[in-house]
Design a binder for this molecule. Structure first.
Ligand code: LMR
Length: 396
């Protein structure tokens, strides 16, 4: 029977990352998978996380099961991070600790199917895993243009047209900030317009939130669209990852929140989430969520975390400026202002597939096949090399 299985193509992002690892050349540059790297090019331990790990080491809670819907302190902190302390306490939320952002998305798709939502709208280009994940649980995906390749900005007309023409009860999957892969986010005004249409047309929004803080440097500012939706009394869903904004990649720390307007039905949503999670995972992993909880419960560590995120964002902006300066000095053909205008970890370079291929084959520079560059993979030591490589492939 197993001979009937097809050989699946690897995920394109993971494929490029693996190509990088396999390359023995000392000059190689990894700007592929979405992992924040330190200025030295290695993995980055958040000072807030380092301190929380130390506290946890000295207060070992042992290895028993936690709560099925998640560690309560973690859930409270995750809610506050998204909604702010006040909204988090108003009793409209059903929440679940999940296997990071991807696990949150999966349970969200299954939960929405249970609630009768199967029709999704997704702006392209987008994260390579969304469509397979939605289809995996029987959902249907209608795509539209999120990003205009010419203006190198959000194609807002396309977003509005689709919001206006989608059947009611469609689900629009939006990324809250730091759009992956384009770095092109909605403005505050655009979010207000989106919310108005969503409310009028009974569209359901799923906010995927994987890079909270990395757009503005302030976690609260980055989730203001979600808070705006909440304040309009809309029902919606939020998926949340702490992989990037706490640097807890392998620990799989995330959460799913469902905003329910009629408080009588919050227990229904909550018990549905818990039951679904029981069927798939039983209990979410404890270690990373405990580390996060220690930060969430300490005003002092919350401040350290705030500073960590602000510093990372500053460094990302600095790298963007350095790339822009170098390309200007090299007179690289084309306009490179979008490296400055796009937000977060990713720069959607606009290089063609052939140019990306050449970056790898001639220069050992690994951006993803669609030209998404993880800005954090560039640093003071390799920025010249990176820009010269880019210049060379553009001219050839
Ligand atoms: C990415 O887009 O590179 C990250 O979200 C990692 C992943 O799982 O794809």
């Amino acid at each position: 029977k197993f001979s009937k299985l097809e050989r699946e193509a690897p995920d394109p992002i993971v494929h490029t990352m693996n190509q990088y690892f396999a390359d023995p050349d000392a000059r190689k540059v990894d700007v592929s998978i979405g992992v924040y790297k330190s200025e030295q090019g290695g993995s980055y331990l958040f000072p807030s996380v380092a301190k929380a790990k130390e506290i946890l080491r000295n207060n070992d809670p042992g290895h028993n099961y936690t709560n099925m819907s998640g560690i309560p302190e973690f859930i409270n902190g995750a809610r506050s991070a998204i909604f702010g302390d006040d909204r988090a306490k108003q009793g409209h939320l059903a929440s679940l600790q999940t296997i990071s952002g991807t696990g949150a998305l999966h349970i969200a798709f299954v939960f929405l199917r249970e609630a009768g939502y199967t029709n999704y709208y997704l702006g392209l280009p987008s994260w390579s895993n969304y469509i397979p994940m939605i289809e995996h649980v029987g959902g249907k995906v209608q795509t539209y243009t999120h990003y205009d390749e010419v203006t190198r900005k959000v194609d807002f007309n396309s977003v509005i047209e689709n919001l206006e023409s989608a059947p009611s009860d469609s689900v629009f999957l939006f990324q809250t900030c730091c759009h992956n892969p384009t770095g092109a986010d909605f403005t505050k005004d655009q979010w207000i317009q989106i919310a108005d249409i969503v409310k009028r047309r009974q569209i359901l929004v799923l906010f995927d939130t994987a890079y909270q803080g990395f757009a503005s440097g302030d976690k609260d500012v980055d989730v203001s669209p979600i808070r705006h939706f909440y304040d309009l009394n809309l029902e919606f869903v939020v998926t949340q990852s702490f992989a990037k904004n706490l640097g807890l990649y392998g620990e799989r720390v995330g959460a799913l929140h469902v905003v329910v307007q009629d408080k009588d039905y919050v227990p229904n949503a909550q018990s549905t989430l818990t039951a679904l999670f029981r069927q798939e995972c039983s209990f979410a992993p404890a270690f990373g969520a405990r580390v996060a909880s220690i930060i969430f419960q300490s005003p002092e560590l919350l401040q350290v975390w705030k500073n960590d995120v602000a510093e990372i964002t500053e460094r990302l902006l600095d790298i963007r400026k350095q790339i822009h300066d170098r390309l200007s000095k090299l007179n690289t053909p084309g306009n490179w202002d979008h490296v400055l205008n796009q937000q977060g970890l990713f720069w959607y370079s606009g290089l063609t597939p052939a140019q990306n291929e050449r970056l790898i084959s001639h220069h050992h520079v690994y951006s993803t096949s669609i030209g998404r560059v993880n800005i954090a993979g560039v640093n003071n030591s390799n920025v010249d090399y990176f820009c010269q490589a880019l210049d060379e492939v553009v001219r050839n």
